[in-house]
Design a protein around this ligand. Sequence first.
Ligand code: FES
Ligand code: FES
Length: 163
Amino acid sequence: MATVTMTVNGKTVSQEVEGRTLLVQFLREGLGLTGTHVGCDTSQCGACVVHVDGKAVKSCTMLAAQADGCQVTTIEGIAKGDILHPVQAAFREHHGLQCGFCTPGMIMSAVDMIERHNAKLDEATIRHELEGNICRCTGYHNIVKAIKAAADEISGSLAAAAE
Ligand code: FES
Ligand code: FES
């Protein structure tokens, strides 16, 4: 057992974990942050995506001990109180979900994607970037539409802020 300490959604947390504890187990079972899902055991589905030091990571592929000292953000940490993150709002507006199981991972991947591309995204890039996220329900069209809408909105806000 070892003690790991990290900042999760802005709060410092410290817990004893076994060396084999995955980051996703630590978040779900240790901290009760069950918005991060586990959809496979082969690192393929992307339901477990969180941000570690600002980068999207499949939290089933990382040990909790490897996140020691890191800043972790989960789906529970992106809204501002009652105000949804623009990507969350766009998924709701554009019906980017059905059962919702893939949605936390999709949204965390989308937020990272939008940041990396400075909110300049076309449909082909979004589809390419979503390679690591699997949805069994939607056929992806509305997910892509939602991410494009969020990127366009964020791009507009960035442009307005720069004027
Ligand atoms: Fe992590 Fe499927 S649970 S990729
Ligand atoms: Fe059901 Fe994506 S909405 S898996």
